[in-house]
Design a protein around this ligand. Structure first.
Ligand SMILES: [Zn+2]
Length: 269
């Protein structure tokens, strides 16, 4: 269960195509403990977190949430009631007691922990940096396997900026919201940036070839994925298209009640 001397790990029982083996919950600290991402509101998982806290022999002081998606946040409310500790997050949502800012510094059981506002996957996304170890709890900004969906509450240029902002931190390790730890953080971050830029080129090429809707583009560009993931991939494609439209590289237009895209003509004609 320990992934480092002062970090314990549990996996929530919510495996799926979207969540991999399930959401990762971490317990950080020495003496005073913080729980990161209690996950979905699942009684057995909340009880397992309480047992883990008891076996660590510490005192829970805080619950931290990386973002407000349903596989990360709801368990926080049940756990907070049971433990009698506050919830801290960026999200201005009812039931969150402490609203963290970008770069806000906390100390958990003697360990400095810094909140980093890292929007892109979700507008309210935070990563948590365990400063002395250069270990990052990355939530859904970076996951242990595969890549990340940019949903309707995300934006692709922000996502790329959030990834690039991690590079100067010289991370030693990433503990993601899903999947196994990442032991070569720089390589992973660079892969993620390169992957998104590749996708952008592929999406632009698909629009040039005549695809007009996110789903048509998915069928062309994401041929290798499970078709059950097409609607989700279409959200990421839409985020790419919104970015390309902001940059004036594609033109959105309305047809039959939906937004379609075409390549912006550069010859003035
Ligand atoms: Zn998420």
């Amino acid at each position: 269960m320990l992934v480092m001397p002062h970090v314990a790990h549990l996996t929530a029982p919510n495996p799926s195509l979207m969540t991999g083996k399930g959401t990762n919950t971490y317990i950080v600290g020495t003496g005073d403990l913080a729980v990161i991402d209690p996950g979905p509101d699942d009684d057995a998982h909340i009880a397992a977190i309480q047992e883990a806290i008891a076996s660590l022999g510490g005192q829970p002081v805080l619950i931290l949430v990386t973002h407000s998606h349903l596989d990360h946040l709801p368990g926080a409310f049940s756990l907070a009631r049971r433990l009698g500790v506050p919830i801290a997050a960026y999200a201005p949502i009812l039931g969150v007691d402490v609203h963290l800012r970008h770069d806000q510094r906390l100390t958990i059981g003697g360990h400095p922990l810094r909140a980093l506002h890292t929007p892109g996957h979700a507008a309210d996304h935070l990563c948590f940096l365990l400063e002395d170890d250069a270990v990052l709890f990355s939530g859904d900004l970076i996951v242990g396997e595969g890549t990340v969906v940019i949903g309707r509450d995300g934006e692709l240029d922000q996502y790329l900026d959030s990834l690039r902002a991690l590079l100067p931190l010289n991370l030693q390790r990433i503990l993601p919201g899903h999947g196994p730890p990442i032991d070569e953080p720089r390589r992973k971050i660079e892969e993620y940036i390169a992957h998104r830029l590749d996708r952008e080129r592929q999406i632009l090429a698909a629009v040039e070839a005549g695809a007009t809707t996110p789903l048509e583009i998915v069928e062309e560009v994401y041929a290798e994925i499970d078709p059950r993931l097409y609607p989700v991939a279409a959200q990421t494609v839409e985020a790419h298209l919104r970015k390309l439209a902001r940059e004036g590289r594609v033109l959105p237009y309305q047809e039959g009640g939906s937004t379609k895209y075409e390549v912006r003509s550069t010859d003035g004609g």
